[in-house]
Structure formats: structure tokens, C-alpha cells
Design a protein around this ligand. Structure first.
Ligand code: FES
Length: 118
């Protein structure tokens, strides 16, 4: 079954997002928080909480290889695909980001929005 994505606008421009010094911004979509991470002029969207034990990913950092590192136990996840590259077997939910003329958009599966926070 193919998954249909619907794109939601987060900001008019990437600079309008509230970037912290660690290159991570928190945005709200339908009242829920997600993280955005900047790496090499690209923007990636991923879950606000770590799949391991709920660490706040926005308080972590992005390493030189483009992984986001959880502040709690330092598990690492690829910004590209959510893979737990430090090998603990978890998976960080992530979403495609599109920078369009009209702004920054994040694609989410239709109807699946609420499942991502479980
Ligand atoms: S809560 Fe993120 S690594 Fe444990």
C-alpha cells in the first residue's frame, strides 16, 4: 500500500524557524512538537522525543557525520533515514522536508499523524 503524504507548512522561510546554537529548531504542527535539524545546507525533520527513553532530541546535537545525538544516553540517529547508527536497534521517526518558494514544508502520512507520538 503506498503511503500518501500531505505537506504542512512550518514557516515562510528557513530563517524564521527558531534555530538554537546546536542547529536544531523546534516547531509545532497541530499542537505537537517536532524537531528540525540543519546539516550541510539541508533541513531534516525528526521526532521531538528519543525512541529509547524519551530524551528531548532538541537538547542534543548534530555530529560531523549528520547524525543527531540524544542528550540522555548519546544514542545516535541518522538525520537522513532515522537509523540508529550507534547500534542499539531503535529508529528515530523522521519526515521529508521541502523548501519551496512559499516556505518550509514537512510531509506526513495522511491519517498517521497521531501515531508518531506513541
Ligand atoms: S533516551 Fe535517548 S538515548 Fe536514551
Amino acid at each position: 500500500m503506498s503511503k500518501k503524504l500531505s505537506f504542512h507548512k512550518l514557516a515562510d522561510h528557513p530563517n524564521e524557524l527558531s534555530w538554537a546554537e546546536n542547529g536544531i529548531a523546534v516547531a509545532e504542527l497541530k499542537g505537537k512538537k517536532i524537531c528540525l535539524g540543519r546539516f550541510k545546507d539541508e533541513i531534516f525533520a525528526f521526532a521531538y522525543k528519543c525512541p529509547h527513553a524519551g530524551g528531548i532530541m532538541a537538547d542534543g546535537y548534530i555530529d560531523a557525520l549528520g547524525n543527531v545525538v540524544c542528550p540522555l544516553h548519546r544514542y545516535k540517529f541518522s538525520l537522513q533515514n532515522g537509523r540508529n547508527v550507534s547500534g542499539e536497534g531503535y529508529y528515530l521517526k523522521h519526515w521529508p522536508v521541502e523548501i519551496r518558494e512559499e516556505g518550509v514544508f514537512v510531509g506526513m502520512e495522511e491519517g498517521g499523524f497521531w501515531n508518531i507520538f506513541q
